[in-house]
Design a protein around this ligand. Structure first.
Ligand SMILES: *Cc1c(COP(=O)(O)O)cnc(C)c1O
Length: 369
């Protein structure tokens, strides 16, 4: 048998080595490595135009961006934030670490985003915000969530870590709610190695966020305790390079994803996320739900692993089932039954720009055999 290279669930997009070296050469002349340098400014304006949003603030990573977003909005201390447990732990941790209490809303069966019809029943007089997640790049029902939020005067902060470049009827995923967070982690559709950003339309947030991520400094003085969340020039330069190729990378992801849809679509017991009309997807992930299929999710994962193909149970476990949360009264997964069921049956298959169509065919063969 021929030795096959291992196929991981994701593979970071990188520019040519020389392109990156050329990009950072001037930093060796200027010795300006961080604190809002030229690469930082260039990436920020590239993102403002690409994401079609008035304000972009860059951060060290997406997680701290979420924490700073919560801090910048001046929500009442100790308030409750309605969110979902079907996400990466970062979403729930950010709420807790910023001093708020997560309240878990269930997700929808078809696209795994927050079920807006469940929000009002979870509200109390302490509810101060909603933090939904655009899971796998599937955009939440932003109209319905926006309406509930408006009716009750709540802020909406989207975890848009999976939604870079997604558009709904021409509207950028960055433009929903009060603030949207994007992650530029190495495994995301667009990366700066580590990095993240907040996008928002209220420009009065910009000086507050700039100060929050730079120790709260205001000249020599500090009027509040800020942290350090600045993106360095080397990371921003990686972003500038990757931005030049992001549309090509998404187009290549699309070819691989469409092959998966062609081969796995309509198979009994296998559920794929429906591709919606009017949505320009970024093909960030390839989630497959095994529900009544001839093999369980675990069996499929093991069969793939035998052939060096690393699929991932993502998201599993639910955040409210992690040891640090599951025993807190009201937190556990027993009330979010749809989320629990999906977390127990979903597998994300390898998907990245350089994944060959032949590899997709081989992966599907193993699953279907
Ligand atoms: C990646 C991710 C984050 C965290 O972003 P980092 O840049 O890794 O800090 C948060 N939420 C979701 C849904 C993510 O996928």
């Amino acid at each position: 048998m021929i030795e096959m290279a291992q196929i991981n669930v994701t593979r970071s997009s990188m520019p040519d080595f020389d392109e990156y070296i050329n990009e950072i050469r001037e930093l060796w002349d200027s010795h300006h490595l961080t604190n809002n340098g030229v690469k930082h400014k260039e990436l920020q304006s590239m993102l403002e135009s690409y994401l079609g949003v008035g304000n972009v603030t860059l951060f060290t990573n997406g997680h701290v961006a979420l924490e700073y977003a919560l801090e910048s909005l001046d929500l009442p201390k100790g308030g409750e934030i309605i969110t979902t447990p079907f996400t990466f732990v970062s979403t729930t941790h950010a709420i807790v670490r910023a001093g708020y209490t997560p309240v878990f809303c269930d997700i929808r069966e078809d696209d795994y985003t927050m079920d807006p019809s469940g929000i009002e029943a979870l509200m109390t007089d302490k509810t101060c915000a909603i933090m939904p997640v655009h899971v796998y790049g599937n955009i939440c029902d932003t109209d319905a969530i926006g309406m509930v939020a408006k009716k009750h005067g709540l802020k909406v902060i989207y975890d848009a870590a999976h939604a870079f470049g997604v558009k709904v009827n021409g509207v950028s995923a960055a433009s929903f709610g009060d603030v949207s967070m994007f992650s530029f982690h190495a495994t995301k559709v667009f990366n700066t190695v580590e990095g993240g950003a907040l996008c928002y339309s209220d420009e009065s947030l910009a000086p507050r966020l700039d100060s929050l991520k730079n120790f709260g400094l205001d000249g020599e003085d500090c009027r509040f305790a800020g942290g350090n969340g600045k993106m360095s020039e080397l990371h921003a330069a990686m972003g500038v390079c990757n931005m030049r190729h992001v549309d090509d990378e998404i187009a290549k992801r699309k070819i691989a994803a469409e092959e998966y849809y062609r081969l796995l679509g309509g198979v009994d017991g296998i559920r794929l996320c429906p591709l919606r009309d009017g949505v320009m997807s970024n093909y960030a992930y390839m989630p497959v739900v095994f529900d009544g299929y001839k093999y369980s999710r675990g069996e499929v994962q093991a069969r793939l692993a035998e052939q060096g193909i690393m699929a991932r149970k993502y998201f599993y476990p639910l955040t409210n089932e992690m040891s640090c949360y599951r025993d807190i009264p009201g937190f556990g997964g027993e009330k979010t039954t749809v989320a629990k069921h999906i977390a127990e049956s979903v597998l994300t298959l390898p998907l990245y720009a350089d994944l060959a169509v032949e590899d997709v065919q081989r992966i599907c063969d193993i699953i279907l055999k």
